[in-house]
Design a protein around this ligand. Structure first.
Ligand SMILES: Cc1ncc(COP(=O)(O)O)c(C=O)c1O
Length: 461
């Protein structure tokens, strides 16, 4: 009998939730069923998902930012098929591979000129782990600074730099010598750096949790202060890099030069996990400083041919389809259109962001009737109002989005970078209708609100 994945799909298509309930994370299935996200998706093309009834969904989540070029892009598919068909010698280990050399060259052509070397790994969190180790080894110092509300991954080193307690609770003790500072606060950063024991400040140029943006002078000053006190400045661009914010690297918005840039997600083309660290020659030569240290840090599957081929093809698509420019243009248009509705809606505070990394923030309303409804949700679970946006957006408008973090009233849009005018109209129109509905306290959407509050209170007990 020949082995066939497509046969497995047709035999078991209906059983994915049962399998997950029985063998994987049962709580995830409960969440999906509770909020009505339990769809049987059958196909995905570009920015769209299709369920078994043929309904089209606009994906504003893009696998947490993985599908910057859209799903199943034919250029990446061809590159992977070609790589597989060549019977290449992959992961020889006592060798160096051509594709990783080519991808390193391509990436370093996009980074600030002080970054001249690449290290590859398999995920974002592994890039963060590498940065922690490289910074410690290079500076001979231990302390790592990170930002409140920051997110850098969930392995133990990256978790020690996580700005949200919910991710850390019960997993301690954390890596020692890691200290949080407020984002966009130069005096606090200088106070922490001035102790003279900081190896690195690891920071997202645009924070993913909440889509928080810095003041314009923040990153040039971060660069200056890190240099002044001998710490390395590490930009975590795992989510905001590779075109997401309308520049190839988010840090370009502020003209700053970090000592390391961390990347992953979009580099995969949406197919093969990959991570990377672009760094100065000084850091590379410090860590890998002798022949007996040539493998002092690494990972078995890093630089594998499929990941490298996917990366090369993804960069080619971004260039050929002008996705960085499209991200800047469509993102600015969406933000401006949502902000034009702020005077209409008491709940709507603002849209903000850069390129296609967008936050839509909500706030307590002024009028009494709406205030009571808002307070009921906030008392049950801070930030619950956002679910009254994301759930109807999905159920009624087939737009897949997410809340931007725990305990905040922010919905995040993180779509593929190839959005069209039609998609832009779909997003703006469906958001407008959903927000308008939340202002009808007797409407169906508040029945959902009461149900959500009931669930939240039950979960707390
Ligand atoms: C800014 C940032 N850093 C690191 C990570 C971790 O990446 P991964 O999930 O690939 O380990 C993420 C993931 O969401 C991220 O957004």
């Amino acid at each position: 009998m020949s082995f066939s994945i497509s046969e497995l799909f047709s035999q078991h298509f209906e059983s994915k939730f049962d399998l997950h309930e029985q063998y994987l994370n049962n709580q995830m299935v409960r969440v999906l069923r509770t909020i009505g996200y339990d769809k049987n998706y059958k196909k995905a093309v570009g920015q769209y998902l299709y369920d078994d009834a043929g309904n089209e969904y606009l994906d504003l989540l893009s696998g947490f930012g993985v599908f910057a070029i859209g799903r199943n892009h034919p250029t990446v598919v061809r590159a992977l098929q070609e790589t597989l068909s060549m019977d290449l010698p992959n992961l020889v280990q006592m060798d160096v591979s051509l594709l990783s050399g080519l991808l390193a060259k391509e990436i370093l052509a996009t980074t600030p000129p002080n970054l001249e070397k690449m290290f590859f790994c398999n995920s974002g969190t592994e890039a963060v782990e590498a940065a922690i180790k490289f910074a410690r080894y290079t500076t001979k110092r231990a302390r790592i600074l990170y930002c409140e509300h920051g997110f850098h991954g969930l392995t133990m080193g990256a978790l020690a730099l996580n700005g949200e307690e919910i991710f850390r609770e019960g997993f301690g003790p954390m890596l020692p010598d890691c200290q949080a500072v407020p984002f966009n606060d130069l005096p606090a950063l200088e106070a922490a750096l001035s102790r003279g024991d900081v190896a690195a400040f690891i920071v997202e140029p645009v924070q993913g949790k909440g889509v928080n943006l810095p003041d314009d002078d923040y990153f040039p000053e971060v660069e200056r202060l890190c240099k002044k006190y001998g710490a390395l400045f590490v930009a975590d661009e795992i989510q905001c890099g590779i075109g997401r914010t309308g520049k190839f690297w988010a840090i370009e918005h502020w003209g700053a030069q970090p000592d390391m840039i961390l990347m992953a997600k979009a580099l995969s083309g949406g197919f093969v996990p990959v991570g990377g660290v672009a760094m100065t020659t000084k850091i590379m030569d410090s860590v890998f400083n002798r022949m007996d240290r040539a493998v002092v840090h690494g990972s078995t599957f890093s630089k594998n041919n499929l990941a490298m081929a996917a990366g090369l093809a993804a960069l080619e698509v971004i260039r050929a389809e002008n996705l960085v420019e499209n991200s800047a243009k469509v993102g600015a248009d969406i933000i401006a259109s949502i902000n034009a509705s702020v005077p209409k809606y008491e709940f709507l505070k603002e849209a903000r962001g850069k390129g296609l990394m967008i936050a839509v923030e909500f706030q307590a309303p002024r009028s009494l009737g709406l205030k009571a409804a808002w307070s009921m949700l906030e008392a049950a679970n801070k930030g619950l109002f956002c679910q009254m946006i994301t759930i109807p957006l999905f159920k009624e408008h087939r737009v897949l989005s997410q809340v931007a973090g725990h305990g905040m009233n922010v919905v995040k849009l993180l779509p593929p970078l190839n959005l069209t005018q039609k998609d832009r109209d779909w997003i703006v129109g469906s958001l407008d209708k959903t927000i308008a509905d939340t202002h009808q306290v007797t409407g169906a959407i508040w029945t959902l609100g009461k149900n959500l509050a009931g669930h939240a209170l039950k979960n707390r007990k």
